[in-house]
Design a protein around this ligand. Structure first.
Ligand code: SF4
Ligand code: SF4
Length: 442
């Protein structure tokens, strides 16, 4: 298509799947997604956009690609849904391939652009429709598909088995006893105040982070439990394919466990998209106005235990620190002020990125781009030029990123662009800098 020039990237989940599709299947999927599922917003947004370009400068992909017009938010819609409507659904396989590439690897669904559109056109919603269409046809980056299939069969992203889960928690408990007297990590405990759900990576590759979160829970003295059954992993990766069926299946599982254990609240560790998936995307799909059991993010929990004096910071971080505002918890959910309170409690020398909070730029890995795996790493590194410049301008050597996606994305940017900085989660910083009361020491 004219104006759309990209280096070829092979992804078996996109290229091979498209090869196997026939026109009848594509037609049926288009009818289903656009005629039966899409809301009236779809047509209104498409017809309202007057291509004024006011949203262009808001998108980090556009800015990071030297203002190439094909990366502008409105162009991404024109090159996908606009094209589909103009062709009355009679599209070629090459069109579908372009749609998938734009939807999965050139838009993070960060919603920054919507704030700059005079009509409030929700580009992320429109691009999500393209993802849904591709997802219904099974056309998506292979790495995302693999994680979704894992959720379907095991309720976690990494094909982790139930006995491995119990073993992992038991050995973390053993290790924690070197730091906390008689440390005990409850599994499947009834009537606790909090059910803690975690990121799949924390159980398999990032156990020190999980151990730090559990250490904070123990020191704060809150009454908590983890699930003793499948369903402990909150990463609902199906959100990225807009696979509503798996999304609701996974979310229902979390609320079922919480209700069976009669806990008062569900807490998740530092992740943005899971918060969005469980708290409002899946809840809405399940027909709930509000989540049936309060669902809180680690940022809300850390704010609570710090303001209630349940934990104390013993010594502050000395190096210059800056903060990444994850789109899903700040722009989407307004946790920016609580986040700043925690960071100021922790850091002596805190400097803001410019712009920040709801105007902060996405890390360029959000919306599933980091989950699209190695074939698309170059796309997120290129799209992250704006983010790395923002970080460099602060002069900070520590970037605090309270979201797994932001954390990994910024780590990769720092390595690629050779910046003298490192990234940390809040849980790691709090665990390293909090006071362990005498009565809890072994
Ligand atoms: S700012 Fe709004 S109306 Fe203008 S091009 Fe962007 S989406 Fe269209
Ligand atoms: S990446 Fe963000 S700013 Fe860019 S088009 Fe997508 S939603 Fe808009």
């Amino acid at each position: 298509m004219e104006g759309f020039v990209r280096k070829p990237v092979f992804d078996i989940g996109i290229d091979k799947t498209i090869e196997r599709l026939d026109q009848q299947k594509i037609k049926r999927a288009i009818e289903r997604v656009l005629n039966e599922e899409a809301t009236v917003r779809f047509k209104i947004f498409l017809e309202t956009c007057m291509r004024c370009g006011m949203c262009s400068e808001s998108c980090h992909h556009y800015l990071s690609h030297d203002r190439d017009p094909s990366y502008a938010p409105a162009s991404k819609v024109k090159l996908t849904l606009g094209d589909l409507v103009a062709k009355k659904g009679k599209i070629e396989k090459a069109d579908l391939k372009r749609y998938a590439r734009i939807a999965f690897t050139e838009c993070n669904l960060c919603r920054r652009c919507t704030q700059f559109c005079p009509f409030g056109i929700d580009i992320a919603y429109l691009i999500s429709l393209v993802r849904r269409l591709c997802g219904v046809l099974g056309v998506a980056p292979q790495f995302i598909q693999d994680q979704v299939y894992s959720h379907m069969s095991s309720y976690n992203m990494l094909w982790f088995k139930q006995d491995e889960w119990i073993d992992t928690i038991q050995w973390i408990e053993d290790e924690l006893r070197y730091e906390i007297k008689n440390a005990r990590i409850p599994l499947g405990k009834k009537d606790a105040d909090i059910l803690l759900l975690i990121h799949g990576l924390e159980a398999k590759y990032m156990t020190p982070l999980l151990s730090n979160m559990l250490k904070i829970m123990l020191v704060s003295g809150v009454d908590f439990t983890l699930p003793d059954t499948d369903g402990w992993d909150y990463t609902n990766k199906s959100l990225y394919m807009h696979d509503f069926e798996t999304m609701t299946l996974v979310t229902k599982r979390h609320y079922e466990i919480a209700s069976k254990l009669r806990v008062k609240r569900i807490l998740i560790t530092e992740c943005g998209h899971a918060y969005r998936a469980a708290l409002y995307e899946s809840a809405r799909l399940l027909g709930w106005k509000e989540a049936p059991i309060p669902f809180i993010h680690a940022v809300e929990f850390f704010y609570e235990i710090l303001t209630q004096g349940k934990i104390k910071i013993a010594h502050k971080v000395k190096e210059k620190a800056t903060l990444q505002d994850p789109c899903n918890i700040v722009r989407y959910r307004g946790l920016g002020q609580k986040l700043r309170f925690i960071v100021r409690e922790l850091c002596e020398d805190f400097v803001e990125m410019t712009p920040n909070q709801e105007y902060n730029y996405c890390c360029s890995s959000g919306g599933g781009m980091v989950d699209a795996g190695p074939p698309w790493k170059g796309a997120r590194i290129e799209g992250g030029k704006v983010k790395i410049e923002q970080i460099k301008e602060t002069g900070a050597s520590l970037v605090i990123a309270p979201c797994h996606t932001c954390h990994k994305g910024i780590e990769d940017l720092i390595e690629h662009y050779k910046v003298e900085a490192h990234v940390k989660f809040l849980a790691d910083l709090i665990a390293e800098h909090m006071e362990i009361p005498e009565r809890l020491r072994p």
